[in-house]
Design a protein around this ligand. Sequence first.
Ligand code: ADP
Ligand code: MG
Length: 219
Amino acid sequence: MAEAVKYIDIGKRYGNNIIFTGINLVLNEGDALAVLGPSGSGKTTLLKITGLITPPSEGKLIIYGNDTTGLSNKHLSKLRKIYIGYSFQEPTFMSGLNVLENILLPLYPYLDPHDLRNVKEKAKEMLDELGLKGLEKRMPSSLSTGQRKRVDLARALIKDPKILIVDEPTANLDEESANIIREIIKKLITSNKTVIYAIHMDKKLEEMANKKIKILQYK
Ligand code: ADP
Ligand code: MG
């Protein structure tokens, strides 16, 4: 069983503000980690560290055997490209690009023009699976919160990443959108991906996780 993510004594502070310290955990393929804790406790911070967006202040983060400590931005973005899909708490999209174009955007730097047809098909299948059939030409700004969250998930999944990180997958969503997202996450876990998500109020997602971290307010 491959080790996807290893946190060794991970800590984070902003100035004098200690967010958390001493996180030690290994995530294997097929593991689902729920990051729990009240608002402002540091859930997004831990996800951003895991997604190589923010460096930890202390400790080491290992992604598939790669020690990420002190790596250049170029090297970090290469690791992100190979291993990580990230769906933000509040997704933003490129204005002027429609849903399909936004989903395909992460692929463009590497895309062989001959593959364009295939990836477009793949993106459409993904939209279908996410209950967004027929919305590919819409502008993201014209969609509901739940639809935007699902489009963001499609964008994170288009590279078929081994590690999927989702910040508050179902927060403030209607039950239909939330259920579709839970089903996708369940499917990823059973297909041996490593899924990491922050939640503050979703018992169903909490139960789906086999590992949990609860971040407390550090005082
Ligand atoms: P959560 O996702 O659990 O609501 P966050 O990880 O977003 O919490 O934030 C945890 C704490 O870190 C908060 O007190 C927040 O103000 C602080 N914080 C987050 N990002 C930064 C930053 N870039 N600079 C300074 N403080 C930050
Ligand atoms: Mg957050």
